[in-house]
Design a protein around this ligand. Structure first.
Ligand code: ATP
Length: 298
């Protein structure tokens, strides 16, 4: 049997406009056809709270038998920490996210949430404590209010507006002809890429998760919106454990921990300063990125 529903790669490839930047992972997966959910282990229980401690102990995984394998994955993210995943394309960053969100399960090793073996936790109850902000914002046809409220369906109008305010989205929404009641089209035309991201951040703020999954946008967004996004993300990340597939140097530098992934393994981990001192893989990645940023800036 297939062990998954909709992992990260499939999301961005197949559902690009439909499915991304979303709060409340499980709800999103509910709306997609073809979802084939693995049933929970017999002994598993629902959790009502989650502090956000995440630990991998020697986790191994392969998509297919004899296929590409990630192995020896071990790390510990304390509640509230930000963890940047960096590494070349195909290294296994999305795979690690798919394991955290439990769209795939380890072949060996353990994943623990708040010191509990994941096998003892029901997936849906775990995902209720997770939210995504991905590169492509997932918006549906409906009003801006409905789109934000999707993060927590029982939120009041006041809570929706407060979340929008915290996400730096309030002023652009208020400038729209019908404000929060402005209808968005399914493809989200009529608002910019950056504004879509602000909406997805508002949605995640409303969802109030303990674990955040961020896939940092690679496309360029105008500087002012970019500053708004960064500010809103900082606020969103505060007090939550966040895993960031990071592309920007300043995000990486500010992370509490960096996991350097290559060929399915975590080959280095530590803070920016610690890793630079090692003068290893991270050091050369960093030098490379610096050069690229320098070229871009010219
Ligand atoms: P990128 O930065 O390009 O997104 P990544 O570091 O996130 O890359 P992954 O997407 O985790 O890398 O992919 C790791 C390896 O697993 C790659 O070789 C990829 O081809 C393979 N892979 C990813 N998804 C699947 C899948 N559903 N089935 C089989 N192999 C897969």
């Amino acid at each position: 049997a297939r062990q998954f529903t909709r992992p990260l790669n499939d999301l961005s490839n197949q559902f690009n406009t439909l499915l991304s930047a979303v709060a409340g992972a499980d709800r999103v997966f509910d709306i997609i056809d073809e979802v084939e959910e693995t049933s929970d282990e017999k002994q598993s229980k629902a959790i009502s709270t989650l502090e956000g401690k995440v630990e991998f102990r020697d986790v191994t995984f392969a998509y297919e038998k004899d296929g590409y394998t990630v192995r020896g994955l071990s790390f510990l993210a304390r509640p509230g920490e930000s963890v940047a995943l960096v590494g070349p394309t195909g290294a296994g960053k999305s795979t690690i996210i798919n394991l955290i969100t439990r769209f795939y399960e380890p072949a060996s090793g353990k994943i623990l949430f708040d010191d509990q073996d994941s096998m003892n936790i029901q997936r849906e109850s775990l995902r209720n404590h997770m939210a995504f902000v991905l590169q492509e914002s997932f918006l549906f046809q409906g009003t801006i209010r409905e789109n934000i409220r999707y993060g927590r369906l029982d939120a009041t109008d006041e809570e929706v507006e407060k979340a929008a305010n915290m996400a730096n989205a309030y002023s652009f929404i208020k400038r729209m002809p019908k404000g929060f009641d402005t209808e968005l089209s399914q493809d989200g035309s009529g608002i910019s890429q950056g504004q879509k991201q602000l909406l997805s951040i508002a949605r995640a703020i409303l969802a109030d998760p303990s674990i955040l999954i961020l896939d940092e946008a690679t496309s360029s967004i105008d500087t002012i919106t970019e500053i708004k996004i960064q500010e809103a993300l900082r606020l969103l990340m505060k007090g939550r454990t966040s895993f960031i597939i990071a592309h920007r140097l300043n995000t990486i530098q500010q992370a509490d921990q960096i996991l350097v992934v290559d060929s399915g393994q975590i080959i280095e981990k530590g803070s920016h300063d610690e890793l630079l001192k090692k003068r290893g893989f991270y050091h050369s990645l960093y030098q490379n990125q610096l050069r690229k940023d320098h070229v871009k800036a010219q």
